[in-house]
Design a protein around this ligand. Structure first.
Ligand SMILES: [Zn+2]
Length: 116
């Protein structure tokens, strides 16, 4: 990781007070909203994948919950917001909202499965 990347990572953790985006527990990971596999990089571009707005702090339990690579419509939305001309603050607010909605959906899916 370059110094610049380290700095960006630190900035992200600081913004969230080193707390997990989901449960506010101690953050131990950087979760990517859009995953960083090679295929995803090809689809969304490095500019999006490596953007600080594509990262959220997570504890060990909630890293996967933040990932929304499997929600194609949501993922395209996140990409469009990151690339748009609005302020970083506005971008972050909208992206957080989308991620929270997606987390709710994912949790409901998990609950439904465990009720079968
Ligand atoms: Zn958590």
């Amino acid at each position: 990781m370059t110094d610049k990347e380290m700095q960006k990572l630190e900035e992200m953790y600081q913004y969230y007070n080193y707390r997990c985006f989901v449960c506010r527990g101690i953050a131990t990971n950087r979760a990517h909203i859009l995953g960083q596999g090679r295929a995803k990089r090809h689809i969304y571009g490095n500019e999006v994948i490596d953007n600080i707005l594509n990262w959220l702090p997570a504890c060990d339990r909630h890293n996967d919950l933040i990932d929304m690579s499997n929600n194609q419509i949501g993922a395209i939305e996140v990409k469009a917001i990151i690339k748009s001309d609005i302020s970083a603050e506005e971008k972050r607010a909208i992206i957080e909202e989308i991620v929270r909605e997606n987390i709710k959906r994912k949790e409901q899916k998990i609950e439904r499965r465990s009720n079968l």
